[in-house]
Design a binder for this molecule. Structure first.
Ligand code: ATP
Ligand code: MG
Length: 357
C-alpha cells in the first residue's frame, strides 16, 4: 500500500523541494518505488529533475503534449472538470516520468495547478450552497491516490508551494504523514506558530465540509489525520561538525516551540505520529523528539548537484572533479562533505522508514 508524505511549510525557501528530491532518492535507493509529485505551479521540482534549461527554454510545452509521460496537466484538468478518477487507470494515459534513479519517478508540475488551487479554495467555502462544486476538493487527492495504486508506488512524496491555499489544505490533510522543513531563523520560528493554527483550522474546515455536503467520513479521500513526523533543520553553517552558535540558538528555540506548542496541539486532533515509534526512530542519536535531521549548507556541492540533476550525496568523485573543476585540497574537502551528506540522508531515510512502518 502506498504511503503518502508531504513536505510542507508555508514559509518559502526552506528546502521543501530539495528535500522532496533527496528523500525520494534515498528511499528509492532502499529498494522502494517512489513517486515525487510537483504540486507547486513554480515547477521547481520539475526543473530540478529535468534540468533547469528545459523549463527555462520553453521546451516544457512539447514535453506536456507528449503522450508518453503523465504530467500534472491532465490531472489538474480532470480534477477541475470533476472527471472520473478512473481515467488515469488506463495505460494510454501516460507512463511515469523516470529520473536518473531507477526507483524514483516524477509527476511533473504545471502552471495550471494555481487554477485548481483557487477552485478548491472557493469550493471548500461555498459547496454546501452550490452543490455542483462539492466534488472539487476531494478530486485531486483521489486521482493521485489512484495513480499511486495503479503504479504500485511504495512512497509518494508531495512538494507543495509556500502558501496556505486550498490545494495545500487538501493535500496535507489527505496525506498519511507530513514533515516540516525549517531553517534556523526568526521567520521560521514565526512560521511554526502559524502552522499550528493553520493545521487546526484545516482540520475543522474539513470536518465541516464533510458534514455540510453529506459525504461519508470513512470513504472521503481527505482522511483529515496526517501524522506529523517531525522537522528537518536545514542550511546552517557548521563549526567543528556542529551548527555554529548563532544557528544552534535558533535550532534550539524552534525545536522547543515544536515540542511545547505544535506537537501537543496537533496531538489533540490526532495529527502526530506515535510517541513510542518516535523514541525508536531516534534511539542512539543525539536528536530530540520530532527532530528528524540536521542538514548543514551544501555549499559548492549544490551547483554540481543541480547541474547533474542528482542529490549532493550521490555525486561521484569523477563528477565532483570534472563538473566542479576542483583538484587537490578543495577536491578532497568536497568528497568528505559529500560522504557526510550521504550519512545524514541515510539516517534520515532510516528514521522515516521506522516512523512510517
Ligand atoms: N542544505 C542546503 N544547503 C544549501 N542550499 C540549499 C540547501 N537546501 C536548499 N538549498 C537551496 O536553497 C534554495 C531554496 O531551496 P528549495 O527550493 O528547496 O526551497 P523551497 O522551500 O522548496 O522553496 P519554495 O518555498 O520557493 O518552494 C534553492 O536554491 C536550493 O538549491
Ligand atoms: Mg519549492
Amino acid at each position: 500500500m502506498t504511503k503518502s508524505v508531504c513536505l510542507f511549510n508555508h514559509k518559502g525557501g526552506v528546502s521543501k523541494t530539495t528535500t522532496t528530491f533527496n528523500l525520494g532518492w534515498v528511499l528509492a535507493n532502499h529498494g522502494h518505488k517512489v513517486l515525487i509529485v510537483d504540486l507547486d505551479p513554480q515547477c521547481n521540482l520539475t526543473g530540478l529533475v529535468l534540468g533547469y534549461s528545459t523549463v527555462e527554454n520553453g521546451k516544457m510545452e512539447g514535453f506536456y503534449s507528449s503522450r508518453e509521460n503523465l504530467t500534472m496537466k491532465p490531472v489538474v484538468e480532470a480534477a477541475i472538470k470533476g472527471s472520473e478518477p478512473d481515467i488515469f487507470i488506463k495505460s494510454e494515459n501516460g507512463k511515469l516520468f523516470p529520473t536518473e534513479n531507477p526507483g524514483l519517478f516524477l509527476l511533473p508540475g504545471h502552471l495550471n495547478t494555481s487554477d485548481l488551487d483557487s477552485q478548491i479554495s472557493v469550493s471548500l467555502k461555498i459547496a454546501s450552497g452550490v452543490p455542483a462544486t462539492k466534488n472539487v476538493p476531494g478530486a485531486l487527492p483521489e486521482i493521485l491516490h489512484k495513480i499511486s495504486k495503479k503504479e504500485d508506488i511504495d512512497y509518494v512524496i508531495y512538494d507543495l508551494s509556500p502558501n496556505v491555499g486550498g490545494l495545500n489544505e487538501v493535500i496535507v490533510m489527505s496525506s498519511d504523514y507530513f514533515i516540516i522543513p525549517t531553517s534556523p531563523d526568526y521567520f521560521c520560528l514565526q512560521a511554526i506558530g502559524s502552522l499550528e493554527k493553520n493545521i487546526r483550522k484545516w482540520h475543522r474546515d474539513i470536518i465541516r465540509f464533510i458534514e455540510d455536503n453529506d459525504f461519508s467520513k470513512a470513504n472521503f479521500p481527505i482522511h483529515n489525520n496526517p501524522k506529523f513526523l517531525g522537522a528537518i533543520q536545514q542550511r546552517y553553517r557548521p563549526r567543528k561538525e556542529k551548527p555554529a552558535k548563532s544557528f544552534q540558538k535558533w535550532i534550539d528555540i524552534i525545536r522547543e516551540s515544536i515540542n511545547e506548542n505544535l506537537v501537543p496541539s496537533l496531538a489533540k486532533i490526532d495529527c502526530v505520529v506515535d510517541g513510542e515509534r518516535m523514541n525508536t526512530a531516534l534511539e542512539n542519536t543525539d536528536l530530540e523528539p520530532y527532530d528528524l535531521a540536521h542538514i548543514p549548507d551544501f555549499n559548492s556541492l549544490i551547483a554540481i548537484s543541480q547541474q547533474l540533476s542528482k542529490p549532493v550525496f550521490s555525486l561521484t568523485d569523477a563528477e565532483i572533479a570534472e563538473v566542479g573543476r576542483v583538484f587537490g585540497h578543495a577536491e578532497k574537502t568536497m568528497q568528505i562533505s559529500r560522504d557526510n551528506f550521504k550519512t545524514v540522508f541515510a539516517d534520515l531515510c532510516a528514521r522515516v522508514l521506522i516512523l512510517t512502518s
